[in-house]
Design a protein. Structure first.
Length: 388
C-alpha cells in the first residue's frame, strides 16, 4: 500500500493545475518558496518557447499545512494558469450556446482535427471517442508536469529532514555528450544549476546551445539525455519479494511515464551490455564495520533494493514532436492526407525534463521511505529511522 500518494488534475490551458497529496506525516516544515524555486527551475532552460514567458508558475497551498508545518491532513496544491484569461470560452467547463456565432468562432479557432505525429492525439481520440483533438492535447500536454514538480518538491522537503538530497543535470543534447564531469556531486549540482542547459561543463553547454540554435533555424526540435542522483539513502528501500515492489522498477516507471521520455537507465545502464562481470559488479569493502563500494555501476540498487550507494538514473527525452516544419499526417474529419497541426512549442526541453524526473524520483523515494519507517508524525518517524 502506498504511503505517499497523489493525484493531479487540470489542463494545459484550463483554469489551473491541482494536486491532492495524502500520507504526509504531521510536523514537517513546508516552504512554499522552495516549491516556487523548483517550478522556476522547470520553466528555465535554453530552447524553451513562448509559453514559459507567459506563465510564471507559483504554487498555492490550499490545505494540509498550518503555520508552515504539515498537519497530517491531505495537502492540496494549486498552480493557476495565467493564460486561461485568453481561453475562457474555448476551455469553458459549462455548456455553451453554439448558436451564438461569436462563441462558435472562438471555440473553432482553438479546435483541431489534424493529428500530430509523436503526440497522444490519434490514440487518445480513439480511446476516448473524441472528435476535437483539443480534448486530448489539453491533458496529455507536458504542461501538467508543473504540478508534478510541486508534488516532488514536497517529497524532497520530507527527504531533506533525513539528510537525503538529490539533483539532476543534462548529459547530452542531440549528438553532443558531456564527456567529463567532476567526481564531486556537490560540484556537479552547483555548476548545473548555473547553466542555461543544466550541464555542469561550460564548453559542452555552448556546443549544446549551437545544436539547439541550428534546430530552431530549421524549424526542427532536438532531444537529449539527463541524469538524476539521490544520495544518503538507507539500505533496504524496495524489496525483492514481488516484482512490483522492486524500487528500480518503480523508479523506471516514474521516469518513463514523463511525456517524451523514451528510455530509462539505472547505474551503468546500456553500458552493462558491454561490461564483463568482473568489471560490472561493484566490489564490497569494509572499514570499521562500515560497508562501502569504490564503484557504483549498480546505480545504488541491487535485487530491487537500495544498497546504501547513491541512486543514479538516466533518462532519454525524444525531440519534441511539435515542429514549425510540420510532418505529414491525416485529418480525422475526412481522413485526408495533410500536414500536422502546429501549436507554440519549445525547440528543446531536456533541462526541464530533468527537473521533472528529479521530482518524480523523489515521490517514489519518499513513498518507499515512509513505507519502511512509518509514523504519523515527524517525531515518530525520526525515532523509527534512528533505530535502523
Amino acid at each position: 500500500m502506498k504511503k505517499f500518494r497523489f493525484l493531479t488534475s487540470g489542463e494545459s490551458h484550463g483554469q489551473s493545475l491541482t494536486a491532492i497529496i495524502e500520507g504526509v506525516p504531521s510536523g514537517i516544515k513546508i516552504n512554499s518558496d522552495a516549491i516556487d524555486l523548483d517550478l522556476k527551475r522547470r520553466q528555465g532552460g535554453y530552447g524553451r518557447g513562448l509559453r514559459m514567458k507567459l506563465e510564471h508558475d507559483m504554487v498555492e497551498i490550499k490545505s494540509g499545512v498550518r503555520f508552515g508545518k504539515t498537519t497530517g491532513a491531505p495537502i492540496c496544491l494549486e498552480i493557476k494558469n495565467k493564460d486561461f484569461e485568453n481561453w475562457k470560452i474555448p476551455m469553458c467547463v459549462e455548456e455553451l450556446n453554439f448558436n451564438d456565432v461569436d462563441i462558435l468562432k472562438k471555440v473553432a479557432e482553438k479546435s483541431f482535427t489534424k493529428v500530430r505525429p509523436g503526440h497522444a492525439d490519434y490514440a487518445g481520440s480513439k480511446k476516448y471517442n473524441l472528435e476535437d483533438l483539443r480534448d486530448v492535447l489539453e491533458r496529455s500536454s507536458a504542461r501538467k508536469t508543473a504540478i508534478e514538480v510541486a508534488v516532488g518538491s514536497i517529497a524532497k522537503q520530507i527527504l531533506k529532514e533525513f539528510g537525503i538530497m538529490g539533483f539532476s543535470h543534462v548529459i547530452q543534447i542531440g549528438d553532443i555528450k558531456l564527456e567529463t564531469k567532476p567526481d564531486n556531486y556537490t560540484l556537479i549540482k552547483e555548476k548545473a544549476e548555473k547553466s542555461e542547459l543544466r550541464c555542469c561543463d561550460g564548453l559542452t553547454t555552448e556546443k549544446m546551445k549551437d545544436v539547439i540554435d541550428e534546430a530552431k533555424q530549421r524549424g526542427d526540435t532536438v532531444g537529449g539525455k539527463f541524469e538524476v542522483i539521490f544520495g544518503n539513502l538507507p539500505v533496504g528501500l524496495g524489496s525483492y519479494v514481488q516484482w512490483d515492489k522492486a524500487i528500480d522498477g518503480r523508479l523506471a516507471q516514474a521516469v518513463m511515464s514523463i511525456p517524451a521520455v523514451k528510455s530509462v537507465e539505472i547505474g551503468a545502464g546500456v553500458e552493462a551490455a558491454t561490461l564483463p562481470g568482473s568489471q560490472m559488479h561493484d566490489e564490497i569493502f569494509v572499514e570499521n564495520k562500515h560497508v562501502y563500494r569504490k564503484t557504483n555501476n549498480a546505480g545504488g540498487i541491487e535485487g530491487g533494493m537500495t544498497n546504501g550507494e547513491s541512486i543514479i538514473i538516466k533518462g532519454v527525452m525524444k525531440a519534441i514532436p511539435t515542429m514549425r516544419t510540420p510532418l505529414s499526417t491525416v485529418d480525422l474529419i475526412d481522413y485526408s492526407q495533410t500536414e500536422a497541426h502546429f501549436e507554440r512549442s519549445d525547440t528543446c526541453a531536456v533541462p526541464a525534463c530533468a527537473v521533472v524526473a528529479e521530482a518524480r524520483v523523489a515521490t517514489i523515494l519518499v513513498d518507499e521511505f515512509l513505507d519502511k519507517f512509518g509514523g504519523d508524525n515527524l517525531m515518530e518517524l525520526k525515532s523509527r529511522y534512528e533505530k535502523k
